[in-house]
Design a protein around this ligand. Structure first.
Ligand code: FDP
Length: 406
């Protein structure tokens, strides 16, 4: 009886006309509409039934995407690399607290943001960089752990490059790493943009400042608003390792089956509850927040807010874990601006924008209070942004409070 549940139904999305994709063994395919706000139109498989025993792996899912959207075939290579990197980081995080572990403790360096780098920060950064570089599909990389973006096309001569389909990756290799020694969940966050192919440097003919300017133009490829994201994903290293991604047509969650060594689709087409009664902030900062947010949170605490519900507080202090819980149970996660740090703490490029993309694609909202995070044009790589994201009704309550205060 259980065996019959393992027949998978893949529903793909198309802009206009219904189109039956080729039938693959044990997969039925029909169509539906989905589009990105940046006008990208995707056909994305929605796997409605998840096989209880073997399931749909991340590789299989990406192959379905490539079959339906041949122009995204190169993206499957990138996701293959990220899949491997997340598995490698899972093992490193698990072993990091053993006395014999080479990744225990601090590196003795401070990153550009003045934070003490842990050995794990450095090594996970290397793991991701290498995994992405050797796909041959990368143009520029920007990471929390790198002072400036890396122009792989023009400077990393030893990397393997294909001559088409370069992407830009922005990532935080180990978000929440300050908690790792206490066994608290950490995560990897990645955003993928298209690379501007016109930025290829002409070493032969450029001279001096001209070369520097060309390089600057290439590196500025990383400074794109979230609305340009082609894909975003996070890996959460916790009780299980979760891999959650969006390609702009829904949010999909996979769980690592360690026996198989594969990410298996466990949360197809995730939808955040529209309303909830959980809030997740560093509430020690409440007195420094903007007035409208203080008021809304007070209402949630005492049950006099819009929903009339008295909220509970849940804050791990590790963004990926807090956002993952918020996606599954609903609620609000935020790191707002305050009088000390007007732009809050989280980084726009490799934390705010990718996580907002994932949240929006699950039906949630992500705002600074007054602006959609996805629409903010970054001016520099390590720029911070105030963030309040989560269940639609609760975030609307926050935005209404800000609008009323204007
Ligand atoms: P961390 O410093 O441990 O890397 O991005 C930074 C971050 O963690 C987020 O993961 C987390 O949400 C936030 O900082 C926690 O900051 P506070 O300790 O100020 O609450």
């Amino acid at each position: 009886m259980k065996f019959s549940l393992c027949v998978l139904i893949a529903v793909a999305a198309s802009s206009a006309d219904a189109f039956m994709a080729p039938k693959a063994p044990a997969v039925r395919t029909s169509l539906n509409v989905a589009s990105l706000e940046n006008t990208r139109v995707l056909k994305v498989p929605v796997l409605d039934e998840v096989c209880e025993t073997t399931g749909v792996t991340l590789k299989r899912y990406m192959n379905e995407v490539a079959m339906l959207n041949p122009e995204l075939t190169e993206l499957t290579v990138l996701f293959g690399a990220i899949d491997t990197a997340c598995k490698a980081i899972t093992n490193m995080v698990k072993r990091s607290q053993l006395p014999s572990s080479e990744t225990l403790g601090y590196q003795g360096e401070v990153n550009i943001q003045g934070e003490d780098q842990k050995k794990l920060d450095v090594i996970t950064n290397e793991v991701l960089k290498r995994a992405l570089r050797f796909t041959g599909k990368m143009g520029v990389l920007a990471s929390e752990e790198e002072d400036v973006p890396l122009d792989l096309v023009n400077t990393e001569k030893d990397a393997i490059f294909a001559d088409t389909g370069k992407y830009v990756a922005v990532f935080d290799p180990l978000d929440g790493s300050s908690n790792v020694d206490a066994g608290i969940p950490t995560g990897t966050i990645i955003g993928i943009y298209d690379h501007d192919e016109n930025c290829a440097m002409d070493d032969e003919s450029c001279e001096g400042d001209e070369c520097a300017q060309q390089e600057l133009n290439c590196l500025s490829n990383t400074l794109q608003a979230g609305t340009n994201l082609v894909a975003a994903a996070y890996c959460l290293y916790s009780s299980s390792t979760f891999f959650v991604l969006t390609l702009g047509a829904g949010t999909y969650g996979f769980t690592l089956d360690e026996n198989l060594g594969e990410f298996v689709l466990s949360h197809p087409n995730m939808k955040i509850p529209e309303t909830s009664s959980i809030m997740s902030f560093n509430e020690a900062n409440t007195h420094m927040w903007d007035e409208p947010l203080q008021k809304v949170v007070k209402g949630w605490r005492d049950g006099t807010g819009k929903s009339g519900q008295q909220f509970s507080s849940r804050y791990i202090g590790s963004m990926v874990g807090d956002v993952h819980r918020t996606l599954l149970y609903g609620g609000v996660f935020g790191y707002p601006g305050d009088t000390k740090n007007v732009n809050g703490k989280l980084r726009l490029l490799y934390e705010g924008a990718p996580m907002s993309f994932i949240m929006e694609q699950a039906g949630g909202i992500s705002t600074t209070g007054t602006k959609r995070v996805m629409e903010i044009q970054p001016e520099y790589v390590h720029q911070r942004v105030p963030i309040i994201m989560g269940s639609k009704n609760d975030i609307e309550e926050v935005m209404e409070a800000y609008a009323a205060a204007e």
